[in-house]
Write a protein that binds this ligand. Structure first.
Ligand SMILES: [Ca+2]
Ligand SMILES: [Ca+2]
Length: 470
């Protein structure tokens, strides 16, 4: 097909504008770059002047939901960095490692706008820990109606665990630390040193490993990273003592060894205990320790060299570690380190549907040397990534109708899950929305009549389609 020069130029401009840096005049300045294979990853700062970020969650509203340890929960606009505070929890006790910690959002958030958090509080002078559900009111921009799902958990100022994860069966996993009482990790009647599994109303799931018990796995010291892959495999990171930090593959009912076993079952006494108790050895260990925290899985084409890997951030070790998994997920095949000593202590991590990685610093937690703008959310992205790349467009066929459209248009996808962007002909991103299912309605109200581009990004690639608005 013959394209006139003018049309060809317009096409190139549109492709660049949709994809790229040139169109995003507001893009934050690069703080540094690093290579992942042939990919250049650019690091910028999104939201400065926060304090001890503990959790980052990519929300269904395409905002980053964040906890700060002193008790504040906020939504952060990933385009502007604007921090929208939702709630500062009044009864949080922040002391040493304790405070407001992990958070997770209900997977069916539109129908069930629940936000689950773990925090330390003081009960009659004694520090405890609890899991609390809040309800989000989008119109008011508030979180309220706290409901304690599990309270009175033994705590000290250290080793509070607290990473949360909701599984596809709508049960919740919660890591707990040993609260400096190491032997409790092997006491299956105690909630400490465990990964717990609860129903979302706080009751014990009928199919937990031990009937009537929240305990899903035991023998943990202080696990503070937890992730599940799409195929169901679970992994956790865990702080060791002065040796043997761990990444573990989590299997229901298993004993992870602490405090009798540190890291691998490599000492004679450990080997005896491991055989007798069917201890699950870690996939990898660190001595000296790096203080591993947030753990996510990366499988996006934006940074090809990270696909199929766990990404782990470390506090004392001040780095991000890529842990490629073998095909069955039973072995870590390498440990590739990034950002070493570049931004201080790194505690939390999330990945956007566009393949950007967001990392929360923790330099104001009492153990760091904060920079002037700490704490902050770092953005790690491949700015050369062309989401409009045609190579996979055929895999992302979608229907858009009517076209031309007024007020709204309907979108139909071949498979669930996409991120949809409407751009004008200058490449300005006017509307963005996540599409969890296979259909969506695009709101066109307020868009002047004219030509636009609709870009649909999925794990397979991105396709674009012109849209006329009348
Ligand atoms: Ca262990
Ligand atoms: Ca050992």
């Amino acid at each position: 097909m013959y394209l006139s020069m003018k049309k060809l130029l317009l096409f190139v401009l549109l492709a660049e504008a949709l994809a790229g840096p040139a169109a995003r005049a507001q893009e934050a300045p690069a703080l540094t770059t690093f290579q992942v294979g042939t990919t250049t990853v650019t690091v910028s700062a999104l939201a400065p002047n926060l304090a001890t970020l503990w959790e980052l969650v990519w929300g269904p509203d395409d905002f980053i939901w964040a906890t700060e340890r002193a008790g504040r929960i906020s939504r952060v606009n990933p385009a502007t960095g604007a921090v929208v505070p939702l709630l500062t929890i009044a009864d949080v006790t922040q002391n040493n490692e304790s405070g407001l910690l992990g958070m997770v959002l209900h997977p069916d958030f539109a129908a069930k706008p629940y936000v689950y958090v773990v925090y330390n509080y003081t009960d009659q002078g004694v520090l405890k820990e609890k899991l609390v559900r809040f309800t989000y009111a989008a119109s008011a921009g508030t979180l309220g109606a706290p409901l304690v799902l599990l309270g009175g958990i033994v705590a000290t100022t250290n080793h509070s665990g607290s990473r949360l994860l909701i599984l596809p069966d709508r049960t919740l996993l919660m890591t707990t630390g040993d609260a400096l009482q190491a032997s409790e990790a092997q006491n299956r009647a105690s909630l400490n040193g465990k990964i717990l599994r609860l129903n979302l109303d706080g009751t014990v799931p009928a199919d937990n490993p031990t009937p009537g018990s929240y305990v899903y796995t035991f023998g943990h010291r202080n696990p503070q990273g937890l992730v599940q892959l799409a195929d169901g495999r679970l992994y956790a990171s865990e702080h060791g003592p002065s040796n043997d930090d761990e990444v573990n593959k989590i299997e229901a009912g298993r004993n992870y060894g602490w405090p009798t076993v540190e890291g691998l079952c490599n000492l004679p006494a450990e080997a005896t205990f491991c055989t007798a108790n069917n201890v699950r050895e870690p996939l990898t260990t660190w001595t000296p320790t790096i203080a591993p925290a947030g753990l996510k899985y990366y499988d996006h084409p934006a940074i090809p060299g990270w696909r199929g890997s766990l990404l782990l951030v470390a506090l004392g070790g001040k780095r991000l570690v890529q842990l490629p998994l073998d095909a069955p997920g039973t072995a870590i095949t390498a440990r590739n380190e990034f950002l070493l000593n570049a931004f201080g202590r790194l505690r939390s991590i999330c990945v956007s549907p566009q393949g950007r990685v967001y990392v929360g610093t923790s330099n104001r937690d009492g153990r760091g040397a904060p920079a002037a703008t700490d704490d902050r959310i770092l953005v790690l992205e491949n700015r050369a990534y062309m989401p409009t790349a045609t190579r996979n467009a055929a895999a992302v066929g979608f229907e858009l109708f009517p076209n031309p459209a007024r007020q709204q248009a309907s979108l139909r996808l071949p498979s669930p899950g996409a991120h949809v962007t409407i751009c004008d002909l200058l490449g300005r991103r006017l509307r963005e929305q996540a599409v969890p299912g296979t259909t969506a309605v695009l709101d066109l109200v307020g868009l002047p009549a004219g030509r636009y581009l609709v870009a649909v990004a999925t794990a397979l690639g991105t396709a674009t389609r012109p849209l006329s608005v009348e």
